[in-house]
Design a protein around this ligand. Structure first.
Ligand code: C2E
Ligand code: MG
Ligand code: MG
Length: 571
């Protein structure tokens, strides 16, 4: 092969390569200042600039403003020192649209090693970038409101390298009574409100650093370097204002408000992991929000030391109570129900006790709501019921004839589907006759349950009696209760306490009305002889309280009963 043919073959090859390159890639050649000297057709096509416009312009003609100055500084440093640079760049076309290119820039060097021109080859990766964006959107943004979600928060925290001494303020907010909006207007309306709330919050965004939809109707706002309470309050007031404007959804005007919990913390130690520092601040703001809610909503609350202590205890209780049943930490005490006529034990009320190694003895007032929240009141309630029925049966088998055992029933149990069936099974299993068992249901429970008649009648049909606990605190009318199969009402302790400060009128009224309706009337929380004799004079049937005894173990009830019998025998 002679030189000429060799050359023409090489030329042909180069032409082919050029053709293929022009088909597939955006090619540009610039001088060492970035001024375009050559651009292929694809470049014109992508950038929507004519060849005339491109030649002589700087490569920055397609700059989108998306990348930081440091990004380009680093690129120029690489190619300026004679190295090849590779990267992904977002460019802007003449018509304002954006496109992404995968770029390789090759510097051509003079003898002194300095570049005199750059050849850049780019490929269109706009489609891939769009997919990536969609995936990112799905992973980091809430689909309903398009606000960042918890994943985005983690990303934001990682990016925000906080310095020691810097502070962060977290506002935790929740829409007041959002459940009732959903219940009354439907979930679609609820969603529209959430969307609108997100928009309104974004309108205040200049005052925030970051905002997240935590889930449900909860939003979290982060403010950096705002340690002045006055400044924080300006933001809080702005948010409240936004929430207080009514929403117009499908022609309906819906009013809302928000409760905001605020926590401000300063990073004091660089050893502390940033994520857990911010998570702790969020938890504190959440706690404060809960307190704002407790104050009736439409308010804000700053986090305090006492709130944190309360929350710590709550977490500990929550952790420990889960194992209490399995580890036999529960026990039952019995509180005598005394006949006011002859001071004899008519019955006993079973009261649950929890003794835990870390927490000591915990009041049911504190742990029962947690059991209810965890749904554990169902198995625990069953355990109480079974233990009490067994105990009653054993008393009766041993000649201790206590007329009735009262068991407190939580609204969660009362509402559960299997409740009546469980009672039935336990009675069968233990062999206790239903007439010896009484269920105490608070007046509040009766009022808060849609159709209490159904369950109450089923219990009555089993032969179990019903007692209304804490009577007088729920503002129910006796005429309403009259329709229900109720046997006993227990006048709440607060009214008995008031007897000492001339509160007789209410007590007298409850007793006489209760008796007219043929209820067995019990007075709870009798602590002194005056109260006991006053109630006896009013012909109240039974009393319960520390005046006679504190709640005691089963064997002490046996002893009390035996003493009572022998005293009768002596007489
Ligand atoms: P409750 O059913 O109204 O029980 C009466 C509470 O008042 C008991 O407190 C009892 O010890 C207390 N008490 C009775 N007489 C006096 C008195 O003269 N002075 C004072 N200061 N207190 C008196 P306890 O045992 O702490 O129970 C509190 C509440 O916890 C109960 O109120 C009941 O609502 C709930 N509870 C207790 N055991 C159970 C249970 O097994 N299941 C459910 N669901 N709730 C329970
Ligand atoms: Mg009770
Ligand atoms: Mg009570």
């Amino acid at each position: 092969m002679n030189q000429k043919t060799k050359l023409s073959e090489t030329l042909q090859k180069l032409e082919d390569i050029e053709l293929a390159l022009n088909e597939s890639s955006i090619v540009a050649i610039t001088d060492n200042k970035g001024v375009i000297q050559f651009a292929n057709e694809k470049f014109c096509e992508m950038s929507k600039y004519s060849l005339k416009e491109l030649i002589g312009s700087k490569q920055s003609i397609v700059n989108s403003g998306y990348h930081s100055r440091d990004f380009f500084k680093e690129m120029w440093r690489t190619i300026g020192t004679g190295n090849v640079w590779k990267g992904e760049i977002k460019n802007k076309a003449k018509d304002g649209t954006f496109y992404w290119v995968n770029t390789t820039i090759v510097p051509f060097l003079k003898e002194n090693g300095k570049p005199f021109k750059y050849v850049s080859i780019r490929h269109d990766i706009t489609k891939r970038k769009e997919y990536e964006e969609t995936i990112k959107q799905m992973a980091f943004y809430d689909p309903l409101t398009s606000l960042p979600n918890r994943n985005a928060l983690t990303e934001w925290i990682t990016k925000e390298a906080m310095e020691v001494g810097e502070s962060i303020t977290v506002l935790f907010m929740d829409i007041d009574r959002f459940k009732s909006i959903n219940d009354n207007f439907g979930h679609r309306t609820g969603d529209k409100i959430l969307n609108e709330v997100a928009k309104r919050l974004q309108n205040c965004i200049t005052s925030f650093d970051f905002i997240v939809r935590q889930g449900g109707d909860e939003f979290i706002v982060f403010l950096k370097e705002l340690s002045d309470q006055q400044e924080i309050m300006t933001v809080v007031d702005k948010i409240k204002e936004q929430f207080n404007l009514p929403f117009f959804i499908n022609g309906k005007k819906i009013a809302t408000s928000t409760s905001i919990g605020i926590s401000m913390n300063t990073l004091e130690d660089k050893e502390i992991e940033l994520l857990s520092f911010i998570e702790a601040t969020i938890r504190q703001a959440d706690t404060a929000m809960y307190h704002a809610k407790r104050n009736g909503g439409n308010s804000h609350c700053f986090n305090t030391f006492d709130q944190n202590k309360e929350m710590e205890r709550y977490y500990l209780l929550d952790q420990e109570v889960k194992y209490a049943l399995g580890q036999n930490q529960f026990s039952i005490l019995y509180h005598p129900l005394v006949s006011l006529k002859d001071n004899k034990i008519n019955g006993v009320e079973a009261l649950l006790r929890w003794n835990n190694k870390k927490l000591g003895s915990v009041s049911p007032v504190e742990f029962i709501p947690i059991l209810e929240e965890l749904g554990l009141i169902i198995p625990v309630g069953k355990w109480v019921l079974k233990s009490v029925c067994k105990q009653m049966k054993s008393w009766h088998d041993n000649g201790v004839h206590i007329n009735r055992a009262s068991v407190n029933v939580s609204p969660v149990q009362f509402r559960s589907q299997n409740f009546v069936n469980d009672v039935k099974e336990i009675l069968q299993e233990t062999g206790l006759e239903a007439k010896y068992l009484e269920m105490e249901i608070t007046e509040g429970t009766i009022l808060n349950i849609k159709n209490p008649e159904g369950t109450l009648s089923e219990l009555r049909d089993l032969g179990v009696s019903i007692s209304i606990d804490d009577f007088g605190t729920g503002y129910s009318s006796l005429s309403y209760l009259k329709r229900l199969p109720v046997n006993t009402i227990k006048i709440d302790k607060s009214f008995i306490d008031d007897l000492d400060i001339e509160g007789e009128v209410i007590v007298d009224t409850i007793i006489s009305m209760g008796k007219n309706l043929k209820y067995n009337v019990v007075a709870e929380g009798i602590e002194n002889a005056e109260q006991a004799s006053y109630l006896k004079a009013q012909n109240c049937h039974e009393g319960q309280g520390y005046f006679w005894s504190k709640p005691i173990e089963a064997k002490r009830i046996t002893k009390l009963y035996e003493e009572q019998v022998s005293s009768i025998n002596v007489k």
